[in-house]
Design a protein around this ligand. Sequence first.
Ligand SMILES: C[S@@+](CC[C@H](N)C(=O)[O-])C[C@H]1O[C@@H](n2cnc3c(N)ncnc32)[C@H](O)[C@@H]1O
Length: 112
Amino acid sequence: MDTIYSDLAPLYDVIYGALLHHGRRAAIDRLAAKWGESILEIGVGTGLSAVHYPAGCSVTAIDLSAHMLRRAQTRLTRRGCRHVRASPEWTGISIWSGSFERRASPPCRSSP
Ligand SMILES: C[S@@+](CC[C@H](N)C(=O)[O-])C[C@H]1O[C@@H](n2cnc3c(N)ncnc32)[C@H](O)[C@@H]1O
């Protein structure tokens, strides 16, 4: 999985940027994050969706691919998204422990 997305990382925005834009926005809108909520995004990719979370929430965005994650970190820094933290999955985050109020995996899914 890491290899596939590592190879894809430099091209991901060109291939899937505009193509999945609508689905990404729809997933974030459906999530309707409220001020103060903590959100886990699984599979942040290059950060195309992560930049759309409202500033009042706290987002942890994880990805298996270090290459994708690096691009996400660069994008989030450039866009000043200090409320979104892009992390590798292996940093001990307990996804199902109740640490997060919402989980999202744009462009297709979000859940309360
Ligand atoms: C479709 S891409 C990126 C989607 C991104 N949210 C967007 O809006 O463009 C899916 C991403 O999920 C990551 N991924 C796949 N399985 C994963 C898993 N089990 N845990 C974390 N990341 C995963 C891949 O490395 C890839 O970067």
